[in-house]
Design a binder for this molecule. Structure first.
Ligand SMILES: C[S@@+](CC[C@H](N)C(=O)[O-])C[C@H]1O[C@@H](n2cnc3c(N)ncnc32)[C@H](O)[C@@H]1O
Length: 370
């Protein structure tokens, strides 16, 4: 057997760091036994001072591990700003709250666009769980939108008092830890993480708890044998907490995902986990511990159904392409493209955002209204 594909892509520093994160997880497995995948993902991504999102490497952007829509094109954030302007004025609201703001590029672009439209929000709140990204956001917003920096406030937790406004979460739900269940001829079990004789992480199974079994049953899907997939048990508490802090306004959720029937399609029998390392996508979360991104697609039926149970209205569920095109993407491109060269660059960005083979169809936009 040859060397793993990623060996030559790791420098000494990332190898040493990865080993530290792996050791932290190993210790917990040695102390407590098999580890649920959600805990593994939580530690690999968010262990304080160690996890992927909590250390100083460049993660998001062309020189990082993956790119997101705001990093691909400013037109994405400008389009979203146009939508926010309408929602803010409909609710006579003056607050935007962004969750998981990544590099801060989208916040800076939204503020600049709203300024040009003469409708700056009084405050632009950011709730970011990674201390390292928070610092990056402060720096980039300071560079790209310095005159609006004073309107931006970083929160440690969701605001205590409810507000009228717009909440935005781009690629946040997919970064939340998920639990993995599997179905075999023996019934359901949980796919968890253990250690082999060489102390490497390996997949193991354990019986499902009563509460996990209830959650699987609630999906209402008859799964075939030899099937595994994910459940994001954080969705309901997350939507519920957003509902509590929003007096009136809208919650815009953008992420890759499907409605339930498609998410749990019989042919999607190995789930939706995806990892990103240096612009390479693969499906093994047990390697490159702490130095790669781990994501799972979003079951938008789960989000919408739970939101409706709280009396939020699902105002929009569409592909990203549809949402952007309905909200003036092409006009924005034409206005911004003043030279043939710029036209070429922006047209390519629009393709990345909207083509079915790129982000256009896999990414969805769900808007919840209160
Ligand atoms: C995949 S990145 C997306 C970043 C950015 N929104 C973008 O589109 O470029 C996920 C972001 O969500 C943050 N995050 C993950 N879970 C979060 C949570 N529960 N609350 C707030 N931020 C969270 C991460 O630290 C990171 O900034």
């Amino acid at each position: 057997m040859g060397e793993p594909w990623y060996i030559n892509l790791m420098d000494e520093e990332s190898r040493v760091h990865s080993e530290k994160v792996a050791e932290k997880i190993r210790q917990e497995i040695q102390e407590k036994g098999l580890m649920g995948f959600a805990r593994f993902m939580e530690l690999a991504l968010y262990a304080p001072g160690l996890g992927y999102y909590c250390v100083g490497t460049e993660k998001i952007g062309r020189h990082g591990d993956f790119v997101t829509a705001p990093e691909i094109s400013p037109l994405f954030s400008q389009c979203l700003a146009g939508y926010c302007q309408k929602a803010l004025s409909q609710f006579n609201a003056k607050t935007i709250l962004e969750l998981g703001a990544g590099t801060g590029r989208m916040a800076a672009e939204i503020l600049n666009t709203l300024d040009q439209m003469n409708c700056l929000p009084e405050q632009y709140l950011i709730l970011e769980i990674s201390p390292e990204l928070k610092e990056r956001q402060k720096k980039l917003i300071g560079e790209l939108s310095s005159k609006h920096l004073s309107r931006v406030k970083w929160l440690e937790n969701l605001p205590e008092n409810s507000f009228d406004g717009v909440i935005i979460a781009n690629e946040v739900l997919d970064a939340m830890p998920v639990t993995i269940f599997q179905k075999t001829s023996d019934g359901y079990s949980e796919r968890v993480v253990g250690l082999d004789e060489g102390n490497n992480f390996i997949w193991k199974t354990r019986s499902v708890s009563e509460s996990l079994n209830n959650e699987i049953q609630k999906l209402g899907i008859s799964f075939p044998n030899n099937y595994y997939s994910e459940l994001n048990l954080n969705v309901n508490p997350w939507v519920s907490s957003l509902n509590q802090i929003l007096r009136q306004g809208e919650i815009i959720i953008i992420d890759y995902g499907f409605l339930r029937e498609e998410y749990y399609h019989p042919q999607r029998n190995t789930g939706t986990l995806m990892c990103h390392f240096q612009q390479r996508a693969h499906s093994d979360p047990l390697i490159l511990t702490g130095i790669q991104d781990i994501t799972a697609h979003v079951d938008f039926t789960a989000v919408g159904k739970f939101a409706e149970s709280l009396s939020l209205k699902v105002k929009n569920y569409s592909t990203q392409a549809d949402f952007l095109l309905r909200n003036g993407l092409l006009d924005l491109m034409q206005k911004a493209a003043t030279t043939p060269e710029q036209q070429f660059i922006l047209a390519n960005q629009v393709k990345m955002l909207t083509l079915p083979s790129e982000m256009g169809e896999l990414f969805k936009v769900m808007i919840l209204e209160k």
